[in-house]
Design a protein around this ligand. Structure first.
Ligand code: GLU
Length: 495
């Protein structure tokens, strides 16, 4: 039954060494939640900022939770976010395979090696899977812990089903985390966790350690929910005689002061945020700052492209305290990114949203995009902002009264009466010609520009708040429709 040492030597020889190697190790759940995206980003940044290698590993040992197409979601998200990997299931690499379900034989061999080393044991007790998974197991009461080698052989020969458990030693365990510092726990608080299940598949905690070692991972970046497992991981590394990687546990992303963000409770995943009209770059920038802050010259900087993050990123800037996901802050970042896009680029991303409510092709989407760009926080806000182009909404005559512009119903009526013939007389219908004609008219009438522009804009749009001013709106509407709407406004004011 002795395991073949040669196999392990070969595995050791394959491990790349000498460079920083990090991995993002998602379980294929079918979506990427914000905390996971942040872990992926920090993991990628640690590798990229230190000239290291970034690996994608798919952790699908929990076959019961597999979701169709879930791995594609991971590839797609990583690619969209620009978090390219150097090694992974799709691109291969020196320590392939990178999907845990394809590595199942490896785990069994290492579990048996650990038995030989005295740090694990076969357990033949009848336990339900859930008991095994829950970790509620009284090791002192487990008769299998002290079976002799011969007794084990005998049971194995009988073909009895078994699990392999970690043999937690006496004493205490101290581990170091780059963010949380040194943490010591009494080993009596740790359970003899199952490493290999009855079906021969590893438990998540075991596969994780084996893979991190065999893939040469130098920095293990993960959510702080795994902190409590870290001492058991440490004991496994020590039992095998392996170097313990640098642990980087990141605090959770919270919905509010007390609750973690969770998809189950309706909090958005990365895909949801995309659907809600957020730009990938804005989400990434915001997520980077959720739990990490730049130092030195960049301490005050908020807007970071991915390549700027690579330059600025330093693990020591990761915070211990949980970060609260703040929608208003994300909106702010999104608006900043939308505004900084080249107009053509913005027009391209905005057009599908514009066309959701502006269905009449005569209204130029690019011109509408131009007025929207400075006044848009989220792409999904667009349809509602520009719905007045297709159809003049029913609006209140009170909209014509505005103190700052010095307008009321009477003044507005006079302004529209003056504006209509001037606009009708225009031969060219451009923003310049409309602008110049209206400004000239205001001068002639000896009123503030706003006194004229306000009622024109209200009549043209039927809305108090619009992207773009009177001139741009009229230009997009075209001459006939503008005149028609202005006349309709006059009729309302005369009534
Ligand atoms: N597969 C784990 C998860 O998706 C990752 C844990 C780790 O990175 O060690 O939560």
């Amino acid at each position: 039954m002795t395991v073949d040492r040669h196999y392990f030597e070969e595995m050791e020889a394959k491990i790349p060494r000498g460079k920083v190697r990090t991995r993002f190790a998602p379980s294929p759940t079918g979506y990427m939640h914000v905390g996971n995206l942040r872990t992926a980003l920090y993991t990628w940044l640690i590798a990229r900022s230190q000239g290291g290698t970034f690996i994608l590993r798919i952790e699908d040992t929990d076959q019961g939770r597999l979701v169709d197409g879930a791995v594609d979601v991971i590839y797609r998200t990583m690619a969209e976010c620009g978090l390219n990997h150097d090694e992974g299931p799709d691109v291969g690499g020196p320590v392939a395979p990178y999907i845990q379900s394809e590595r199942r034989d490896t785990y069994g061999k290492y579990a048996k090696l650990l038995v030989e080393l005295g740090h694990a044991y076969y357990c033949f007790c009848e336990k339900s899977e859930s008991e095994e998974d829950s970790g509620e197991f009284d090791r002192a009461a487990d008769p299998c812990r002290d079976l002799s080698a011969a007794e084990v052989e005998e049971k194995l020969a009988q073909g009895l089903p078994y699990v392999i458990r970690q043999r937690i030693p006496e004493g205490s365990t101290t581990f170091h985390d780059a963010i949380f510092g040194a943490i010591t726990v009494e080993n009596s608080t740790l359970d003899d966790q199952v490493l290999l299940k009855r079906d021969g598949l590893p438990t998540y905690n075991f596969a994780n350690v084996i893979d991190d070692h065999l893939m040469g991972i130098t920095h293990v970046v993960r959510g702080s929910e795994y902190l409590s497992s870290a001492p058991k991981y440490n004991l496994l590394y020590e039992a095998f005689g392996w170097d313990v990687p640098t642990y980087v546990h990141c605090s959770p992303v919270m919905r509010d002061a007390h609750n973690k963000m969770s998809k189950r409770h309706g909090d958005p995943s990365y895909e949801d945020l995309k659907t809600e009209g957020y730009l990938t770059e804005a989400v990434l920038n915001y997520v980077a700052l959720l739990g990490w802050s730049p130092k030195g010259e960049q301490a005050e900087q908020e807007v970071f492209s991915l390549s700027e993050l690579v330059k600025a990123f330093d693990m020591t800037g990761i915070s211990k305290s949980p970060a609260i996901f703040d929608r208003a802050k994300l909106d702010h970042f999104n608006a900043v990114y939308l505004r900084s896009m080249a107009p053509e680029e913005f027009a391209k991303v905005a057009e599908p949203y514009i066309r959701q409510s502006v269905t009449k092709e005569c209204y130029d989407a690019a011109a509408i995009a131009a007025v929207l760009q400075a006044r848009c926080e989220k792409l999904t806000d667009i349809p509602e902002k520009v719905d007045f182009f297709d159809e003049l909404p029913a609006y209140s005559v009170e909209f014509f009264t505005n103190k700052k512009s010095k307008t009321n119903s009477e003044v507005s009526l006079a302004m529209l009466e003056a504006a209509v013939p001037v606009l009708e007389a225009l031969e060219q219908w451009t923003t310049e010609s409309i602008h110049d004609a209206l400004i000239e008219l205001a001068q002639k009438l000896e009123v503030k520009n706003a006194t004229l522009m306000w009622p024109v804009r209200i009549a043209a749009a039927g809305k108090m708040v619009t992207p773009g001013g009177a001139v741009e709106i009229c230009q997009i509407l075209g001459k006939d429709e503008t005149i028609r709407r202005l006349r309709a406004g006059m009729a309302m004011l005369q009534a």
